[in-house]
Design a protein around this ligand. Structure first.
Ligand code: MN
Length: 249
């Protein structure tokens, strides 16, 4: 059974036993939950490291059948023409540059994209949208979107908008999600529509109705796919779209 290749973007970190022998090097990593979700939903997961050039990303984007923009640190606000807010946390500009370039190339080529958490925000910034840099201080009426709970624990509810890809994928109008973010979409990019919101008004999902599959969610389906039918449907939808893209490539 052929499996479409799904790229998963990496984050960077210092530390870890392997790097202890040679300080000054980073780990380029993605949590195995992403790879396992892709694998179990019929795709072939492939990690995309941050160490890239524009040419290298052109080659990679031309070979991917689908792309997951994974969770990670805050995006440098300069990429959406904002100054750093007091609540801004860790930023990795190399990761921003790699993911923004890869996203633009994937969009240009029509590669199906699933953005998760930071990935939703990255997708929005790549297409011209803006972010809240810190929900708690910039939207004081919001609920806690980053409770101290593991990734498999659902906390707040989201309302799925009717007649969206997300609604067609889940076949339901609301969902309990595992929320682990302190930033959020402020202004959606031109061309992106809101497909889910939390009860406090925070945007929880965006999609591009003009493209076969460009969708981002603010929660972490990779932490839920083993037990949650809706999370599984999301990865299946990406793999299905990637299979179709592959077939027409
Ligand atoms: Mn949330």
């Amino acid at each position: 059974m052929p499996r479409p290749v799904i790229g998963i973007t990496c984050s960077r970190s210092v530390g870890g036993r392997w790097s202890d022998y040679d300080l000054g090097h980073f780990l380029e990593f993605a949590f195995d939950a992403y790879s396992q979700a892709v694998l179990n939903c019929g795709g072939a997961p492939l990690l995309v490291p941050i160490s890239q050039s524009k040419n290298s990303l052109t080659v990679i984007s031309s070979r991917l059948d689908g792309l997951i923009l994974s969770g990670g640190p805050d995006i440098n606000p300069r990429f959406y023409n904002d100054d750093p807010h007091q609540g801004l946390k860790d930023v990795d500009e190399s990761q921003d540059e790699m993911e923004l370039e890869l996203t633009r190339q994937a969009l240009a080529a029509g590669v199906p994209i699933l953005g998760i958490c930071r990935g939703l925000q990255l997708m929005n910034v790549a297409m011209g949208g803006t972010l809240y840099q810190d929900i708690a201080s910039q939207v004081p009426t919001a609920c806690n979107h980053s409770p101290r709970a593991d990734r498999g624990t659902v906390t707040h509810k989201v309302r799925i908008k009717p007649n969206t890809r997300l609604q067609k994928t889940f076949q339901r109008s609301n969902l309990l999600v595992n929320s682990k973010h302190h930033q959020a979409v402020k202004a959606p990019a031109p061309g992106l529509v809101i497909s889910a919101v939390a009860s406090d008004g925070i945007i929880e999902a965006l999609e591009d109705p003009s493209r076969p599959f460009v969708l981002g969610v603010q929660w972490h389906p990779e932490g839920l796919w083993k037990t949650d039918v809706a999370a599984r449907k999301l990865f299946k939808a990406l793999v299905t779209a990637a299979g179709k893209y592959w077939g027409t490539d």
